[in-house]
Every structure is written in C-alpha cells, then in structure tokens.
Design a protein around this ligand. Structure first.
Ligand SMILES: [Fe+2]
Ligand SMILES: [Fe+2]
Length: 154
C-alpha cells in the first residue's frame, strides 16, 4: 500500500512544481515499498534518488521565488535546508551500512514533512503568485498597490 497518495488538495497550479511534487510522492512510495520488503539495495538506490530530487526541486523552487520577489523566500529556504540536512544524514548513515537508521518512523516523518510543507508553505507561495497575477490583470491603477501582491496575502 502506498505511503502517500496524490490528491487534488496538493495541487499548487504551478505546473512544474506539481510535476516535481508528484514525482517526489512516487519516490517516497518506492522507498516505502522497498523498505516493506526489506530490499536493502533498492532502499539505498531509491533513497539516493529521493534526496537528489528533493534538493533539485528545492533549488528550482527557490530560484523561482527569488525571481518573482517572494518576501518569505529566506524563511522558506530554511525549511528546505532543514529537511535536506535531515535526509542527507539519513542517506549517509544508510550508505555507511547503518540500515537501522531508516525506520518506519523516519518514513512517516518524510511523508508528513512533505504533506505539511506543500499544503502550508508551498501553498503560501501559490497564493502570492495568484495575488500577483490578479494585480497585473487588474492593472496598477485599480489594484491600489502598484500592481504587486498585497502584503497580507504573502
Ligand atoms: Fe517548498
Ligand atoms: Fe515544493
């Protein structure tokens, strides 16, 4: 059984971000499946992919945040860095033969981190982008804030 299921509530409406998140869900499920069958080689291989793809996704998302002037980018990056540090350490332990470092609790942490991060933090970014687009559509005169997003929205 899958550890994490894709659902419409995770959709940000930003195509590349959604595609990345779907792929990450798939990798989490692959690690979980390999873990459940105790296929240690496969766990190690997919764990590597999960860490690599997470870091790739974080870099892409952060670059986009900087490019649109997202005011909470530093705070968002701290969340990404915290997760990256934790899973990289887990990956290092696993590669060093400490396979007991990976437990079902750790996998639950990974799943919960992504669910919370996508719904709350990536969701805030989506609302910022939506507000910016609405401001542009309304035009700088009618929006009352120069066409940019309202600070309360971010
Ligand atoms: Fe993020
Ligand atoms: Fe994300």
């Amino acid at each position: 059984m899958a550890l994490i299921q894709w659902d419409e509530i995770f959709t940000t409406g930003i195509a590349q971000v959604d595609a990345d998140h779907r792929h990450l869900f798939d990798l989490i499920n692959q690690v979980h499946e390999a873990f459940a069958t105790q296929d240690l080689m496969q766990v190690g291989a997919v764990l590597d992919q999960l860490v690599d793809y997470s870091c790739y996704h974080f870099t892409t998302e952060e670059a986009w945040m900087w490019s649109v002037g997202y005011p909470k980018v530093t705070e968002h990056m701290r969340q990404h860095d915290g997760f990256a540090r934790r899973v990289t350490e887990m990956q290092r332990n696993y590669a060093a033969g400490k396979t007991a470092a990976l437990t079902s609790e750790v996998l639950t942490f990974v799943r919960n981190w992504w669910v919370t991060h996508i719904l709350e933090s990536d969701g805030k970014f989506r609302r910022f982008v939506d507000a910016a687009n609405e401001g542009l559509a309304a035009g700088p005169l009618s929006s009352g804030n120069g066409g940019g997003p309202h600070p309360d929205v971010a």
